[in-house]
Write a protein that binds this ligand. Structure first.
Ligand code: 2RA
Length: 337
């Protein structure tokens, strides 16, 4: 199967190439795509150099699937052109997520909503993805009324320039361009994306709105505080969940242990709990600190960690592609290169 990665030279695009190779996705031809300024550059796929091409060339080669991580404006302009050419687009930007005609998909939660008619599929925001993977089995069992989430987000969520700022600050190098409005090393910023009229940030409202769309239940109330922290391995989230029905903590632990895509790391007595350092480079969502909220009935506290570049972006997108191939909702899989 011909597969295009649009934004192949970026942090997430590079992770998409890695994940496609690691998961042995049935790629017969990898088309690396980027803006004109990157055309002619090379990226590596399965140990071999691939020359970056422009958007028109990519469409002309007619890939079956195009996985986008090229920003919202590029996706708004180009995804329809790829779709009109019969190419199924999986887009990692926020451009299409809240479009009522587009599916917003986390395979462990709502892949079964996908059909062959879906030619532009939205990949949710990283901080939303890792949370709903855990919410899904809990909602089915206990009925979720309300979610309160505070996030601790890696600088890799902003991109390579933010990683460069962090390590430049750490090394006392003041020559590197500043991405954040304040120093990020030895600091935290309660400010991800822009502030809105309601006092929330765009990142926080993404978590609020995307969660109910993916879960398919507008009755779930969500509030979020999203915070940038000086780490690179992944996003962490303190999640407080109020249920319709009571629960047993061990039963919750057992339920999550069996849940698709979830790994429970919950042994505080032995200092075992999820951390960005141990989630880095992995595709699962890690859950720990599972405990009853003793201040309110039917309410649970959790700690959720995942690599925001993998399950939070690249892996989720590739898993959507895998679902499309498995259910013959896109061109036939061919021999692997
Ligand atoms: C962030 N979730 O962490 C946003 C976009 N990747 O910056």
């Amino acid at each position: 199967m011909k597969v295009a990665v649009v934004g192949a030279t970026g942090l997430v695009g590079g992770e998409m190439l890695k994940v496609l190779a690691e998961r042995n996705f049935p790629v017969t031809e990898l088309i690396a795509v980027a803006s004109e300024r990157s055309v002619g550059k090379q990226v590596m796929f399965k140990g071999k150099p691939v020359t970056v091409v422009g958007f028109d060339e990519a469409i002309a080669r007619k890939p079956a699937i195009a996985i986008f991580s090229a920003g919202g404006s590029t996706s708004l302009e180009l995804a329809p052109r790829f779709a009109e050419a019969g190419i199924t687009v999986i887009d990692n930007s926020s451009a299409w997520r809240m479009d009522p005609t587009k599916k917003l998909v986390v395979p462990e939660v709502n892949a079964d909503t996908l059909t062959a008619a879906d030619k532009i599929i939205a990949n949710p925001n990283c901080s939303t993805i890792q949370m709903v993977v855990v919410l899904k089995p809990l909602h089915e069992k206990y009925g979720i009324k309300r979610v309160v989430v505070s996030t601790y987000q890696s600088v890799t969520g902003t991109g390579k320039a933010a990683v460069d700022q962090l390590f430049a600050e750490r090394n006392g190098d003041d020559s590197v361009a500043k991405v954040y409005p304040h120093p990020i090393d030895l600091n935290v910023l309660p400010h991800i994306d822009v502030f809105l009229d309601n006092g929330y940030t765009k990142e926080e409202m993404k978590m609020v709105k995307e969660t109910t769309k993916i879960m398919g239940d507008d009755s779930i109330r969500v509030t979020a505080t999203t915070v940038r922290i000086p780490t690179i391995g992944g996003h962490s989230e303190a999640v407080n969940i109020e249920f319709e029905r009571d629960f047993d903590v061990q039963e919750v632990r057992d339920l999550l242990t069996q849940a698709e895509g979830v790994v429970v790391q919950d042994d505080p007595a032995n200092k075992v709990y999820p951390m960005p350092l141990t989630a880095h480079g992995k595709d699962e969502v890690f859950v720990g600190r599972i405990r009853r909220d003793e201040s309110q009935a039917n309410t649970l506290n959790l700690w959720i960690v995942a690599d925001n570049l993998r399950k939070g972006a690249a892996t989720n997108a590739v898993q959507i592609a895998e679902y499309l191939v498995k259910h013959e909702l896109v061109g036939e899989a061919s021999a692997v290169v």
